[in-house]
Design a protein around this ligand. Structure first.
Ligand code: ADP
Ligand code: MG
Length: 271
């Protein structure tokens, strides 16, 4: 069994005893986990398990009732989403949030301006600012050739890649992704998740460690193909955590979530 939290010597993110109640409904009943630098951690579990609540409590959209949330030792609890974002916690959404009538370049320039706290002047200066950094970000997600197109002309998989480039504009240490591949084709999924995995495997700059990622996902191909480690949440509690192999073989997880016919590794998974 693998319910004990995996100890990480110097975690990027440390969560302990996190509790969130909605009236009498206990959405998170005191969850504990650590996330290492450069790690891709999947959060899975049935509907209503508390996945979105965990995300919202980590990025400040919801105020937790109790617990500890620390990013490199700095407490995030009680801080605003903007403050948490400025500390290097970026988030993408289940339905991508981009500006449809702007070009890809302008979208990324907007994100860069806002990461530099200059959003108030964005509409005046978005064209004037140095586009070099925006092109770099688009290149990182493989979209630079489309930089002059409007975002609304993109296929959905490309919109999600644009959203990723925008999330990277704040130079995040931690990326929270709520169902990053929802609505995507199988091949688009592999491209997006491959990009994200590459970001976790290379330092992001001279003094910047590799990115860490926490993601929720319904596609078990994505979870078991890309996660370094998996947390299984059920009714507000972590019922198991471990490697993909450990989770696939865990009888409680099979019974409550994956089903007993689930096989790992399975032929649909990329290596
Ligand atoms: P998941 O994302 O795993 O499907 P959620 O975190 O959305 O689960 O929900 C966990 C529990 O908290 C559910 O019982 C849900 O009904 C409840 N819940 C979530 N958000 C709210 C809210 N804003 N108000 C009241 N109850 C909520
Ligand atoms: Mg949810």
């Amino acid at each position: 069994m693998t319910t004990a939290p995996t100890r990480v010597a110097k975690p990027l993110l440390h969560v302990k005893g996190l509790v969130k109640r909605f009236g009498g409904n206990v959405a998170l009943a005191g969850i504990d986990f650590d996330l290492a630098p450069g790690e891709m951690l999947a959060l899975i579990g049935p509907n209503g398990a508390g996945k979105s609540t965990t995300f919202n409590a980590l990025n400040g959209q919801l105020l937790a009732d109790a617990g500890v949330v620390e990013l490199s030792g700095q407490s995030l609890l009680g801080q605003s989403p903007q403050a948490i974002w400025a500390l290097g916690v970026a988030r993408t959404f289940q339905v991508a949030q981009t500006f449809a009538s702007m070009t890809l370049l302008e979208n990324v320039q907007m994100a860069l301006l806002s990461s530099k706290s200059r959003l108030f002047q964005a509409f005046e200066s978005v064209h004037a600012m140095d586009a070099h950094e925006a092109h770099d970000l688009l290149r990182q997600v493989g979209l630079d050739e489309l930089s002059d197109q409007d975002a609304k002309s993109l296929a959905y998989g490309d919109v999600k890649r644009l959203e990723l480039a925008m999330a990277l504009a704040c130079k995040p240490r931690l990326l929270l992704m709520d169902e990053p591949t929802a609505g995507m084709s199988a091949s688009e999924r592999l491209v997006l998740m491959g990009l994200i995995r590459d970001l976790t495997q290379q330092p992001q700059g001279p003094s910047r460690p590799a990115l860490s990622v926490l993601f929720t996902e319904h596609s078990m191909d994505v979870v078991f193909g890309f996660a370094d480690r998996i947390l299984v949440l059920s009714a507000g509690q972590i019922i198991a955590q471990g490697s993909p192999r450990e989770i696939a073989q865990n009888p409680l997880v099979q019974k409550s979530y994956l089903g007993t016919s689930f096989k790992y590794p399975n032929s649909n998974l990329q290596s």
